[in-house]
Design a protein around this ligand. Structure first.
Ligand code: C5P
Length: 220
């Protein structure tokens, strides 16, 4: 777009799950569909932003009119994010796997008479925390997500402090909410001294509202 409040702004959005290989045929994943991230990228594009969309293997297709970078693992995603910097705004909507196999095998793990495989894990890099805490090239506005099943606001508020991002979009992903993988979301936007509870609405509406907030914050 040549018109809109975000014209001339570089924005990166991470989205979707990551896949962490166990062996050549198996992987660790999560239930993220990529719907909320894709909707946010579309909404930011519609306000004129130049969007870099870094996505894991999502169910929903990436939006048109954005730069798409497809990745598999958390480490690939971190590399793509680092390569995209500097940007004005970074939105971390991806459901990044917290752990990966310490040593994925190059051959398929075989069953051996009832013995269980001994899977050892190691922690993935925290991309949101790393970008939030950059001394050089930190985006003006860094937004994280917090998918929680308990004490949503409390956990999300401490997550904001711990990671060092500006805003956290907190959502309740208890299975009975149908939010993960569904078309609606119920979020609370947490900033330094505010927790703004939004009513349950379509993920596309959440995206529009968030994009408007972003535009307001970076142009005021
Ligand atoms: O710690 P947790 O996974 O709950 O944090 C969620 C937020 O952090 C999301 O914004 C997610 O995109 C981001 N994240 C990340 N890299 C990780 C883990 C989470 O960017 N390794």
């Amino acid at each position: 777009l040549t018109d809109g409040p975000l014209v001339g702004k570089q924005v990166l959005v991470t989205s979707g799950p990551t896949h962490e290989p166990i062996d050549p045929v198996r992987y660790i994943a999560n239930r993220s569909s990529g719907a909320q991230g894709a909707a946010i990228a579309s909404a930011l594009r519609d306000l004129g932003a130049d969007v870099i969309f870094i996505t894991g293997p999502a169910e929903v297709p990436p939006p048109t009119g954005v730069h798409v970078v497809q990745v598999q693992t958390a480490r690939d995603m971190k590399e793509a994010v680092d390569a995209a910097l500097p940007v004005d705004v970074a939105v971390f909507a991806a459901a990044v796997a917290d752990w990966r196999m310490a040593t994925p095998t190059t051959s398929k793990i075989k069953k051996k008479n009832g013995a269980m495989p001994d899977l050892k894990f190691t922690e993935n890099p925290d991309i949101l925390a790393a970008v939030s805490q950059l001394k050089k090239n930190r985006p003006q506005l860094v937004i994280g997500f917090a998918a929680e099943t308990d004490d949503v606001i409390e956990n999300a508020t401490s997550k904001r402090d711990r990671k060092g991002c500006d805003w956290i979009v907190a959502n309740d992903v208890r299975p009975e909410t149908g939010i993960m993988g569904g078309s609606e979301n119920a979020v609370t936007l947490i900033s330094k001294d505010n927790a703004d509870v939004w009513p349950r609405m379509d993920k596309t509406q959440v995206a529009t509202k968030l994009a408007q907030r972003i535009a307001k914050a970076v142009t005021s």
